[in-house]
Write a protein that binds this ligand. Structure first.
Ligand code: AMP
Length: 282
């Protein structure tokens, strides 16, 4: 497996693969890989002849007060994990390789980015759409893999690909969790022991939401209220949002009369964690 730092090297390798008639899958990540990322690499390895993993902490998707500097990084670990799951090339550029000093083009999206994480992280999705567009242009994959963990991101990318006629199949992959239910995340490393225990409130409260829905409740206010009550029972937790939205438009709905996404962002101490479920997966 190759680890490359430049766009030219990626292009050269992908050109060779294309000349051999091979298909290419792309797994965009910010590194510090865990089993969640591994499941995306597995899916790409299953569907494609070659798999590229991008490993890039994208400065453009962090707000000025967010955790860009402290975001965990470990390229050696990432290389081992990615290779073990069938990755053929890691693209690990420096920020200057992706954004030259005159960089001035952005991919911006309205509507879908104006809810959920887009409200608390105003520059986030512009950074995500811009970097993912660049990665698509650099790698030109047949398929790209994204986790349902970042459900709004998945909807935004699907919408972008559709709006901008990008000829790439977007594959959404299930959330991988720790054995106690906490969704795996590179940011879980920020949690101390007490916070790690408290963080279970996210998945536990979502389970309450699911069971209410299974019992036939369709009123979103009622479902959200039960979830919030559970989260508020945990002293270390502070709710950013708990909302139920249409899976495609990411606009809030009042009744579960269409496929919906129940999503939350919750601070555990200083760490902001996200989790969700899709009603179609219940
Ligand atoms: P990140 O490195 O956090 O930007 O994530 C890179 C990709 O991995 C995104 O598509 C995420 O949705 C996905 N991902 C992160 N955590 C998980 C998880 N626990 N289960 C499934 N996919 C995940």
């Amino acid at each position: 497996m190759k680890v490359v730092k430049t766009i030219a090297e990626v292009r050269e390798q992908v050109k060779q693969w294309r000349a051999e008639g091979l298909t290419v899958g792309l797994v965009p990540t910010m590194g510090y890989l865990h089993e969640g990322h591994a499941s995306l690499i597995d899916a790409s390895h299953r569907d494609n002849d070659r798999t590229v993993v991008s490993d890039f902490v994208n400065p453009m998707q962090f707000g000025p007060t967010e955790d860009l500097e402290s975001y965990p990084r470990d390229l050696k670990h990432d290389t081992e994990l990615a290779e073990a799951h069938g990755c053929d090339m890691i693209f690990n550029p420096e920020p200057e390789e992706m954004y030259n000093k005159n960089f001035s083009s952005f991919v911006d999206m309205t509507v879908l980015t104006e809810e959920l994480c887009g409200l608390s992280r105003p520059v986030h999705f512009r950074g995500v759409c811009t970097v993912v567009s660049k990665l698509f242009n650099i790698v030109k994959p047949d398929r790209a893999y994204f986790g349902k963990k970042d459900a709004q991101q998945l909807a935004v990318i699907r919408h972008m690909v559709d709006d901008l006629n990008m000829d790439i199949e977007i594959i959404g992959c299930p959330i991988i969790r720790e054995s106690d239910g906490l969704a795996k995340s590179s940011r879980n490393t920020y949690l101390n022991d007490n916070e790690r225990k408290a963080a279970l409130i996210l998945s536990q409260s979502l389970e309450i939401g699911k069971s209410i829905i299974k019992n036939g409740v369709t009123d979103c206010k009622e479902i959200i209220s039960a979830i919030k009550t559970k989260i508020e029972s945990e002293p270390l937790a502070k709710i950013d949002y708990v909302k139920i939205v249409d899976v495609e438009t990411i606009q809030q709905i009042e009744k579960l009369d269409r496929p919906a996404l129940c999503a939350m962002a919750v601070y555990i101490g200083k760490t902001r964690l996200i989790d969700n479920f899709f009603t179609e997966d219940i």
